[in-house]
Design a protein around this ligand. Structure first.
Ligand code: HEC
Length: 161
């Protein structure tokens, strides 16, 4: 009989730490979630943007106006594009072979030249399925307009590789 009189009191006492534990979990879990979401938003990657037919039109026309595709092979080496796009293999980055035709189909109604420009300068705006957004995010600030135009013009040729 003496045991049964302590039983009703024992339960709330045992439950208190459990309730506190759950409250702490929820509170800290919430903080972690906010931290995690916040840091992934601010981690530098561009957000995906919808495709449009005339995005980047003036900029791309200006880049291509005096472009010389014959300079591009050396530039792709200089800027180490080929480290990923030729030598690392298809699993790391899409090969450039056939890029001109593919670029025209990737983001309809966006034309091939605008797509290639966007891929290089805003790589996070559209990430090719099956790949990571691993390209440098601020490349436009590190390359001259001439070099960028030359690379785009070359990638628009059917024998780019
Ligand atoms: C660290 C590896 C890496 C480097 C270096 C790199 N890229 Fe990429 N690139 C990728 C990956 C991965 C993708 C596919 C994911 C995406 O869409 O961003 C990609 C996508 C592209 C695409 C679109 C390809 C397609 O099939 O749609 C183009 C164009 C491109 N890169 C050009 C370049 C150029 C030009 C350079 C050099 C200035 C370069 N990349 C440097 C990894 C790289």
């Amino acid at each position: 009989m003496s045991e049964s009189s302590t039983a009703p009191n024992a339960q709330p006492k045992a439950a208190l730490p459990v309730v506190l534990g759950v409250v702490l979990l929820v509170v800290f879990g919430g903080f972690f979630l906010i931290e995690f979401v916040g840091s992934s938003i601010s981690s530098g990657a561009d957000e995906e943007t919808p495709a449009s037919a005339d995005a980047y039109r003036e900029r791309v026309d200006a880049l291509l106006a005096n472009a010389d595709p014959s300079r591009a092979e050396a530039l792709l080496v200089q800027y180490n594009c080929l480290g990923c796009h030729r030598y690392a293999g298809e699993a790391v980055a899409p090969q450039f072979t056939g890029i001109a035709a593919r670029a025209a189909e990737r983001r309809p109604p966006m034309p091939a030249d605008a797509y290639i420009y966007e891929s290089i300068v805003h790589p996070g705006a559209y990430v090719v399925e099956g790949y990571q957004n691993s390209m440098i995010q601020n490349f436009e600030s590190q390359i001259s307009d001439q070099d960028l135009g030359d690379i785009i013009a070359y990638l628009l040729t059917p024998d780019a590789n």
